[in-house]
Design a protein. Structure first.
Length: 171
């Protein structure tokens, strides 16, 4: 590695690491997101249909219901499945069309997903079924495209890749 390229390589490493740490693995914080969605009243109508016989207090002291929890669990399952299933088609796009197209696709998925979540409300809670899988697909695409940054660091390649995977899981 040439000395004059070192600052650029380090900047690339740090921005990619920040991207993976802050954005790529948002699905891993699903429990915290569900708490916010429940507070905002997402899928609360399922509790009214269930009646109070299925209602129970959860660890946070909030009144919860099985149907609402199942709906959130279904969204998480779908998003987790897409996170893994889409790596094959994403890998094909990445190999065929290279980094720029893959990153633009990741940005598109991630931006559309965050905007969908931002403009969703309790009345349009079904949009989470679209937004969360798009968010995870965009996130895994960020990780996959950032993994090649390890190639800039020669013998430290595996350490950099491990760092990115750790940042993704910590996200």
């Amino acid at each position: 590695m040439a000395g004059k390229d070192l600052p650029l390589h380090l900047a690339t490493l740090l921005t990619g690491l920040l991207e993976c740490l802050g954005f790529a693995g948002v699905l891993f914080g699903w429990t915290s997101l569900v708490f916010v969605f429940k507070t905002e009243g997402y899928f609360a109508e399922l509790c009214a249909q269930d009646g109070l016989h299925n209602a129970s207090h959860n660890a946070t002291g909030q009144l919860g219901c099985k149907a609402q929890d199942e709906r959130f669990s279904l969204i998480f399952t779908l998003a987790s499945f897409m996170n893994n299933f889409m790596t094959f088609p994403i890998g094909y796009v990445f190999d065929r069309f290279k980094t720029t197209v893959a990153r633009l696709l990741a940005i598109c998925f991630y931006t559309c997903a965050t905007l969908t979540i931002a403009f969703a409300s309790a009345d349009s809670a079904m949009l989470l079924f679209l937004a969360m899988p798009m968010l995870t697909v965009g996130g895994i695409l960020f990780l996959i495209t950032n993994l090649q940054i390890g190639n800039l660091f020669g013998k430290h390649r595996s350490t950099i890749i491990t760092l990115y995977n750790g940042a993704f899981d910590s996200s």
